[in-house]
Design a binder for this molecule. Structure first.
Ligand SMILES: [Zn+2]
Length: 169
């Protein structure tokens, strides 16, 4: 269980200011809960990723999970042969951007469980998304370099990257 300091001490203004940008608020928790749910829709046997794009009024614009393109058959081979899978799977973040019914410029993307990869970071930048929010969970070694590259280019391009403490569920 993670308690915010405001919860423990009451509504002390100093603590609110101190915690701003650190603790996960009610809406951030909701969007991560949704991203986690959407991730379970993926048929990828080894990694399930979910992304939720919201606008500046906290309205959900699009969701996405990693999977084969619409209409492409998800055969055992395509989902289980790693080299083939990597060539075919559309990542959650790219799916959320590509299937959005309207422009996502100026929006925020919540991604579960990790940072976007460098390719998705490029798509995020090009789409005009202004902020990426992820939880601070340990990154598998094989992804570390790529995630660092993604974070570098996002920051370089002026996309804010918020890494929040994991919310206990
Ligand atoms: Zn990606």
């Amino acid at each position: 269980m993670v308690y915010s300091i405001t919860k423990i001490t009451g509504e002390m203004p100093f603590c609110e200011v101190f915690l701003k940008g650190m603790a996960m608020d009610k809406w951030q928790k909701r969007f991560f809960d949704l991203a986690r749910l959407v991730a379970t829709w993926s048929k990828d046997p080894s990694s399930q990723v979910g992304a939720v794009i919201v606008d500046d009024k906290k309205r959900i614009v699009s969701v996405g999970f990693n999977g084969l393109p619409i209409g492409v058959k998800d055969t055992e081979e395509r989902l289980n042969v790693r080299e083939l899978k990597y060539e075919l799977i559309v990542h959650a973040e790219a799916n959320a951007i590509l299937t959005a019914p309207k422009s996502v410029a100026g929006c925020t993307i919540y991604v579960y469980p990790y940072l976007p990869c460098s390719r998705c970071a490029g798509a995020i930048i090009q789409s005009g998304i202004k902020k990426v929010v992820v939880e601070d969970r340990p990154i598998p070694d094989r992804w570390l370099d790529n995630f660092n590259l993604a974070k570098t280019i996002l920051t370089e391009a002026g996309v804010e990257v918020d890494i929040l403490p994991i919310n206990e569920r």
